[in-house]
Design a protein around this ligand. Structure first.
Ligand code: NDP
Length: 247
């Protein structure tokens, strides 16, 4: 597993909070070389304090994506693990949500992880190994009211991941999909706030209840390192991590 094979070069996007931060710290604890990347660099101080690195990254900027990947390749000659964790959420009635917001959401949740995968793959293929972890959501396999664009974006990420897995398996590259349930991070609080604004809808109270019973980010961080360990056996692992709300 990952713990036996320490020293892998890992890039974690959205490492400035929640699941990404917990994942970066967990990978550091397991002995890996870890780069966190996000827009809010100061929030990644815990990663630097634990021996990792923090790079500025807006995943919607092509130049940023290329710069981050080049930085790791220049310094280490390889990227072993890419964790596409950065994500955004928009809640609201499908009828009312501006398409411009949906477009921005797809930039972050679908196009950015796909583009980063494109950028790390040539090196992984050449070396005949690598792991790409895409953080989807339980919303990548089910849909609920008031989150049409979010669920659509995660479903798109799932389909992209499935195709990519089939294409790159032959090169020794694994594609892992993680599906958190409701996890206690800033993310779920933001979603709860957005849902409150549309609280006339019957789905609100059920979602709010689910948010209140959210699990901790550490649960996902551990599931990810487990899934990466499984992926090393080239089983193309997937991990469904249901929060208490979806048990
Ligand atoms: P947080 O809001 O705590 O973290 C989101 C992270 O994404 C931040 O570090 C943020 O960094 C980063 N991010 C957002 N936009 C960009 C951008 N344009 N460029 C770079 N980084 C960006 O959320 P979570 O930890 O909860 O979410 C992480 C992942 O888990 C997401 O993909 C989310 O969809 C998924 N997930 C979460 C669930 C939950 O209940 N919390 C449930 C299911 C899935 P910064 O703002 O500094 O750039």
């Amino acid at each position: 597993g990952v713990r036996e094979k320490a020293g892998r070069v890992c890039l974690v996007t959205g490492a400035s909070s929640g699941i990404g931060l917990a994942t970066a710290l967990e990978l550091l604890r397991a002995g890996h070389i870890v780069y966190g990347a996000a827009r809010r660099v100061p929030r990644m101080t815990p990663i630097v304090a634990a021996g990792g690195y923090a790079l500025p990254l807006d995943v919607t900027e092509e130049d940023d994506l290329q710069r981050v990947v080049s930085t790791l390749l220049d310094r280490h000659g390889r990227i072993d693990v890419l964790v596409n964790n950065a994500g955004a959420v928009v809640h609201g009635a499908a009828e009312d949500t501006p398409v411009a917001m949906a477009r921005d959401l797809f930039e972050v949740n679908v196009l950015a992880p796909a583009r980063l995968a494109q950028l790390v793959l040539p090196g992984m293929r050449l070396r005949g190994s690598g792991t790409i972890v895409n953080v989807s959501s339980i919303g990548g396999v089910i849909a609920l009211p008031l989150g049409a664009w979010y669920y659509a974006s995660k479903h798109a990420l799932e389909a992209f991941s499935d195709t990519l897995r089939m294409e790159v398996e032959q090169f020794g590259v694994d594609v892992v999909v993680i599906r958190p349930g409701v996890i206690r991070t800033g993310f779920e609080a933001g979603a709860a706030r957005q849902l409150r604004e549309v609280s006339g809808h019957g789905a609100y109270s059920r979602m709010a209840e689910a948010m209140a019973r959210a699990a901790e980010a550490q649960t996902i961080a551990e599931a990810q390192t487990d899934a990466q360990a499984d992926a090393e056996t080239h089983t193309n692992a997937q991990a469904d991590v249901d929060g208490p709300a979806f048990r």
